[in-house]
Design a binder for this molecule. Structure first.
Ligand code: ADE
Length: 420
């Protein structure tokens, strides 16, 4: 692609700027990094390519990286998550070349990823590992230019660990997802709120009193279960991991296999990271009108091709709702084309949690740039000091103080002699 950017409508930039500023008010950690980066310029001249959801929060991360001196290009990490006004503002207000159009087809999606790699990055930032995967599979001649990468999400970290295990990973990567100040907040409270937000915006159907089935009980699905329960739904969890299933039971949820849950559900939402969690045999027994959605990274959790094959008619009664009529007269509704419903039909996680996720991203990018040459081609955790600094700063920004151990308590915790 020879263009310098590719956005839907550059005239949306002013609207985007206003919303980006609004989000920044909820991002005190990123604001403080902006100040520090502006003074210290830790990424001065570093060529960076970011493959992230193009949202107001990402725009503020991009501004912080720009203030650190990075020469940054952005591309979307999902065809349906881009906020077109934000993409326009990134290009025309902040002068960050951006390749992202909400609703782009798969070909355009990969053209955009390639455009981000045409930038010849030294450091990449991924959400789902598509950029690193393309770099290794189709643009491996550029690997020698790379210092390292960072990865935002559970699915991406799983992919990268699989690459490392096969000996296929050719650069060091920091697993931002695994930082405590990321997954304990973003995955749980962020996904919890934004997924319900997406389902409600798409359907405008009352959640109270409905049967809401959540596939999985990882941090994301815990958040979804908790918020659906808070809205008055009768929540059922499905799991394959006995420990997580037990936790779901003791958190007060009904647990059963999907084949038993599917006929009871008014809503089903999947966030497992695996494929075909909701499949043909489940569509065959679902209630009329069941709303099926996904909040996992890829659109493989729902077997939509099998539903397409079963359906006699497909229509779109509302934005982000595809309604399939089956031969027996039942309607099954798929929200947001089975892509991340929180970003497709709503605006993704609120800024206050992305503040911590993206502080981890920014500080990990600096870390991998400064240390990458001496790191192995492995997946590394976010350094503990970074994680703790973010937690401390977030608390401080909220005006919350905590206790400090007394010297006597420190001694007690380090001793083994004192007992009953
Ligand atoms: N992932 C989930 N929510 C997001 C957001 N608001 N911005 C960027 N990435 C996200």
């Amino acid at each position: 692609m020879s263009k310098d950017f590719d956005v839907k409508d550059i005239n949306l930039a002013e609207q985007g700027r206003g919303r980006i500023d609004w989000a920044l008010k909820e991002m005190p950690v990123i604001r403080s990094l902006m100040e520090r980066f502006h003074k210290e310029r830790p990424l001065n001249g570093v060529k960076m390519s970011g493959c992230l959801h193009i949202t107001t929060e990402t725009a503020n991360l991009a501004r912080a990286l720009q203030m650190a001196g990075a020469d940054l290009v952005l591309t979307a990490s999902n065809p349906l998550s881009t906020q077109d006004d934000v993409a326009a503002a990134l290009v025309s207000v902040y002068e960050i070349p951006t390749f992202a159009i909400k609703g782009e087809d798969n070909k355009t999606y990969y053209q955009h990823l390639n455009a981000a790699l045409d930038h010849h990055p030294n450091v990449t930032m991924d959400d789902g590992a598509d950029l690193v995967s393309l770099l290794h599979q189709e643009r491996s001649n550029q690997l020698s230019e790379m210092i390292g990468s960072t990865e935002e999400t559970t699915t991406g970290v799983i992919r990268l660990r699989a690459m490392a295990k096969d000996g296929a990973l050719k650069l060091p990567v920091i697993a931002v997802n695994d930082a405590n100040t990321k997954h304990l907040f973003d995955n749980r409270y962020g996904t919890g709120q934004s997924t319900l937000d997406g389902i409600i915006r798409a359907t405008n159907i009352l959640i109270a009193g409905k049967v809401f089935v959540v596939a999985g009980y990882g941090w994301c699905s815990r958040g979804i279960s908790m918020r659906a329960k808070g809205l008055g739904a009768n929540v059922i969890v499905t799991e394959i991991d006995p420990l997580k299933a037990l936790e779901a039971v003791m958190d007060g949820f009904r647990v059963m296999p999907m084949i038993e849950a599917a006929p009871l559900a008014d809503f089903i939402c999947s966030a497992t990271g695996d494929k075909h969690v909701i499949d043909k045999q489940h569509f065959e027994i679902m209630k009329n009108g069941c709303c099926v959605s996904n909040s996992g990274h890829f659109n493989v959790e729902i077997n939509i091709p099998s539903l397409e094959a079963m359906a006699v008619e497909k229509r779109q009664p509302r934005a982000f709702v595809d309604e399939y009529r089956l031969a027996d007269g039942r309607f099954i509704r798929i929200l947001g084309e089975g892509r991340l419903v929180n970003l497709a039909a709503a605006e993704g996680h609120p800024a206050a949690v992305m503040d911590m996720s993206f502080a981890n991203q920014a500080l990990s990018a600096v870390y991998v740039y400064q240390n990458g040459k001496h790191m192995k081609n492995e997946v590394y955790p976010v350094p503990k000091e970074i994680d703790e600094e973010i937690a401390r700063f977030k608390l401080e920004s909220m005006g919350i103080k905590i206790d400090v151990l007394t010297p006597e308590q420190v001694t007690y915790l380090n001793s083994w002699q004192e007992g009953t």
